[in-house]
Design a protein around this ligand. Structure first.
Ligand SMILES: *[C@@H]1O[C@H](CO)[C@@H](O)[C@H](O)[C@H]1NC(C)=O
Ligand SMILES: *[C@@H]1O[C@H](CO)[C@@H](O)[C@H](O)[C@H]1NC(C)=O
Length: 211
């Protein structure tokens, strides 16, 4: 694992050993190990889609967006706004604590975002890990919001920090992690097309090579 990745996200922490989700986690890790990212994201036969999306949301590769952003020289000074190129700027709101979107620096935005994501993953009523506990009806829409927001971290890194990524030789790693993320999102149509626009060219480049 790269030194970049935030240890905040430990999929095993959220998925108790011996549970069915733990078996799915093992399955996902094994197919990932095979190197075929397209296959690794597919719903295994006979499995429940909610459960599969829950496990994959907890699986660290999707959460590579939890890059330790400061090593890319992303700071309140350098990135006083959370941008992705000249055309896109993200404002933070979580709908509960912060209702009116606020402008903030990229590290602050990512801090809000990661804390919010972890809170969702920790919420047993949203992400039940015990057998027989049903998923709420709005589960998929929460999962989609999580992924939509994680995408913005990639958008920020690719647009504002790709030079540092290259200098640190983390380019291949970042590409693979993003590709995995995007394959998963595409497989189940989890992020609206218009949200993906800031990285559309990159997505086409990364995903058409190996269909
Ligand atoms: C962000 O930095 C720019 C350039 O240094 C400055 O002009 C601008 O006022 C700053 N904006 C905020 C919201 O701090
Ligand atoms: C990563 O993706 C970028 C954008 O497509 C590309 O320019 C670069 O060559 C890729 N690097 C590696 C190591 O895959």
């Amino acid at each position: 694992k790269s030194f970049l990745f935030n240890q905040l996200f430990d999929p095993k922490k959220n998925i108790p050993e011996g549970s069915h989700q733990y078996e799915l986690l093992k399955h996902a890790e094994a197919t990932l190990g095979s190197g075929n990212l397209r296959m690794a994201v597919m719903l295994p036969e006979g499995e429940d889609l909610n459960e599969w999306v829950a496990v994959n949301s907890k699986l660290s590769p999707f959460l590579y967006a939890s890059f330790k952003i400061h090593i890319f020289y992303c700071s309140a000074d350098n990135c006083n706004l959370t941008t992705a190129g000249k055309k896109y700027e993200y404002h933070w709101a979580d709908g509960t604590n912060i209702k009116k979107p606020i402008k903030c620096s990229a590290p602050k935005y990512i801090d809000y975002l990661m804390t919010w994501v972890q809170d969702q993953l920790d919420d047993e009523t949203l992400f039940p890990s015990k057998i027989g506990v049903p998923f709420k009806r709005n589960f998929m829409s929460v999962a989609k919001t999580i992924l939509k927001r994680l995408f913005r971290v990639y958008a920020h890194i690719y647009h504002q920090h790709f030079d540092s990524v290259m200098q640190l030789q983390e380019e291949a790693h970042l590409n693979t992690s993003f590709k995995h993320f995007i394959f998963f999102v595409q497989e189940f149509n989890l992020i609206d097309r218009k949200e993906l626009v800031p990285l559309q060219e990159l997505i086409e480049k990364l995903t058409t090579k190996d269909r």
